[in-house]
Design a binder for this molecule. Sequence first.
Ligand code: FAD
Length: 384
Amino acid sequence: MNKTYDFAVVGAGSFGAWTAYFLRRAGASVVLLDAYGPANSRASSGGETRIIRMGYGPDELYTRWAMRSLPHWRALGERTGREFFHQTGMLWLSNDADAYLKSLYEVLGRAGVRQERLTSAELQWRWPQLQLPDVTWGVFEPESGLLMARSSVQALVAELAREGVECRTAAALPPNTHGKLAQINLSTGDSITAGTFIFACGPWLPKVFPQLLRDRIFPTRQEVFFLGPPAGSDAFQPPRMPAWLHRTHPDIPYSLPDVEGRGFKIAFDLHGPEFDPDTGSRVMDPGSLHRLRAYLERHVPSLAEAPVIETRVCQYENTWNGDFLIDRHPERENVWIAGGGSGHGFKHGPALGEYLSARILRGAPAEPRFSLAGKQTEQQRSIY
Ligand SMILES: Cc1cc2nc3c(=O)[nH]c(=O)nc-3n(C[C@H](O)[C@H](O)[C@H](O)COP(=O)(O)OP(=O)(O)OC[C@H]3O[C@@H](n4cnc5c(N)ncnc54)[C@H](O)[C@@H]3O)c2cc1C
């Protein structure tokens, strides 16, 4: 006879793995499934690195969540004897008309986050690698940086397995009955029985719950480049190069410094076309390289001709405005959904896991911004 778990968590990305962590820490029995394995190369959490920054413009909620999450990422590194957080700093680049950056500066001040306000002359002096004629001021968060994405989630899942969570490579079939869910069926023909089910399936959520989420989560194709800096140069490594985001440029370029020898990572934060996370092609569109070269020539000239040493195609799983979706299924009292990371979710895995486990275990108050009911079907991104 099948064992009955307290919780079955479907999806071992940042959201599912941290949710399993907090449930297990509360003493629950947990099974954690992933169709392709934790932080696999199709998953949104499967990239090399992700920025962890505290600045969210006026959205203090996410500033607070990032502040809550960072110590958990650090502690995971300490427990596993690895460095998953690189304190590279995070640099915001913009102009005087940018209300977002003004709000960010105020919110960080209120929240007690260390920050420096920099003029264009100071920016040019500190980071001569960047040419920013359109930037009039910036905000630097010296205590932010980047997370090693895939390796940290995989280490977390390995730790969960040691702590008694059953971690399995298995694909859950979309639940097709109504009312309380007793079990989920797997593609192998097996099933898993649990008291409560949590679907943290990232960009796959519209496939798992097509009727509910087809029009509420929009996976988009996102391309990432890693460039090879010149031999013998540390100009694009920390501490000389932070993570940065160039807000005044229409393509919203952002970059992460060269850590662990992978190269200087650069991408555009604009939403790409619709994307299928199972079958979508992960080969770079040749036109994208031209766009990147044009950007580099103007703004990072010493890398204008730098070789591309790696490319990645990933996907965002966007909600209409970028707010996460963390809610109970409207027709199934023992089914929860956690997703809609919308291109900024990775860092928040710990805060999300803490929030969701408290909602489920203790009936903690719900944040209206995460509700399913508030999710509209037109894309109008406002959270960055
Ligand atoms: C290019 C790019 C850059 C980004 N940059 C940042 C950044 O700098 N900072 C930041 O914080 N965030 C960033 N993000 C966003 C962040 O990576 C995502 O929001 C986050 O990783 C989402 O995690 P998740 O656990 O919800 O989804 P995922 O990591 O996709 O995990 C979902 C998992 O569910 C599994 N699954 C799906 N269906 C099933 C099923 N039926 N049965 C079993 N398993 C299933 C999948 O295999 C997958 O592993 C970026 C994303 C991209 C693509």
